[in-house]
Design a protein around this ligand. Structure first.
Ligand SMILES: Nc1ncnc2c1ncn2[C@@H]1O[C@H](COP(=O)(O)OP(=O)(O)OP(=O)(O)O)[C@@H](O)[C@H]1O
Ligand SMILES: [Mg+2]
Length: 324
């Protein structure tokens, strides 16, 4: 069966005078129906570019250099303007970091939700589905009268209004108080399961991902370096970058302690290199890493782009899950 969404060697650069950023460097990734996939990585790793490419919502300076992105088997780069409008309106739903930026400040919430529904459903019913208390009152409100968490629930309601087959959520909880983050994600997850849509979560928050996604793609410098089921990838990372990210955000810090950062800065390449992009920051690098770009390989139930994935897996003691 055709995958719902498939990136095949997708390579995309932003060109501006005097600057070039290779935002996606040969991304191979499949998103199935009825699954939740998280795309994680540091700032600049290409998460937003990949998420937006699904709806071909890319800025003018973005240039596809190679590869393709297929939705239900059709290239978004071959679609007509009318096809793209229909795709974005009826088949995809988007949730962004800042709900206030997604809502029109001058229009009552109910009217905005009604527009999203396009006459195909009841506003209060939809607001109740995203677990907003007192939906009628919310509908009469202007966005600024809502808390951040409530506003993000309205945005979620608008994103699912036309029963899309995929919801793309870009840092959906980053602007929310820690106390409501998981609850908003729980709602998104529940709606995903009910509607059997796919949920793509773009985030740098590994702990959030561990709880709310089934599969995870760890991006570095524009490509997934490790991709597989959350439990495998996060409990037993096979890529040094995943391992470093897990350590940095492990959550084992004592009060007042900062998580240990990964030494060095994240990289955005200007062109594909002959080396492993993570090598300059990698504690396990060997001479080969500076001269051979590791291809993605299938190992231990996941895809990994590291020359030494087997050795890393063998060396890492298996962390027994303590959820029993
Ligand atoms: N409109 C643009 N023009 C030029 N470069 C851009 C543009 N948008 C993104 N880039 C560059 O492309 C690379 C990938 O950016 P992208 O926003 O996809 O990363 P991200 O993983 O979403 O980062 P963040 O966590 O900061 O949101 C970065 O180097 C970024 O500077
Ligand atoms: Mg982003």
């Amino acid at each position: 069966m055709t995958a719902l969404i498939e990136a095949r060697g997708l390579t995309l650069a932003y060109d501006s005078p005097g600057h070039r950023a290779l935002a996606l460097d040969g991304v191979d990734l499949t998103i199935e129906r009825d699954e939740s996939l998280a795309i994680v990585g540091e700032s600049g790793s290409g998460k937003t570019t990949l998420g937006m490419a699904i709806g071909r919502l890319l800025p003018g300076e973005a240039r596809r250099e190679a590869g393709d992105l297929l939705v239900e088997g059709r290239s978004v780069f071959d679609m007509t303007a009318a096809d793209l409008r229909a795709l974005r309106r009826d088949k995809l739903g988007f949730v962004f970091q800042n709900p206030m930026a997604s809502l029109d400040p001058t229009m009552r919430v109910g009217k905005q939700v009604a527009l999203a529904l396009g006459g195909r459903g009841d506003v209060a019913e939809l607001l109740a589905r995203v677990e907003l208390p007192n939906p009628e009152r919310v509908a009469r409100s202007f966005p600024h009268q809502l808390s951040g968490g409530m506003a993000q629930r309205v945005v979620v309601a608008m994103a699912i209004a036309r029963a899309p087959f995929a919801v793309i959520a870009d840092e959906p909880t980053a602007s929310l108080d820690a106390s409501v983050r998981h609850r908003v994600m729980d709602t998104l997850g529940r709606l995903r399961a009910e509607t059997r849509a796919s949920l793509v979560i773009l985030s740098h928050d590994l702990r959030m991902v561990a709880r709310h996604a089934e599969r995870v793609a760890v991006m570095y410098a524009g490509r997934p370096v490790e991709l597989g089921p959350v439990a495998q990838v996060l409990n037993e990372p096979a890529h040094p970058y995943t391992r470093a990210l897990m350590r940095a955000g492990a959550g084992g810090e004592r009060p007042g302690e900062r998580p240990e950062p990964i030494p060095g800065s994240p990289t955005t390449l200007s062109a594909r290199g002959a080396s492993c992009a993570f090598a300059p920051r990698c504690a396990m690098r060997r001479p080969v890493c500076a001269i051979v770009r590791p291809e993605s390989r299938s190992i231990a139930g996941r895809q990994v782009a590291c020359h030494f994935a087997e050795a890393i897996l063998a060396e890492e003691p298996t962390v027994e899950e303590t959820n029993s």
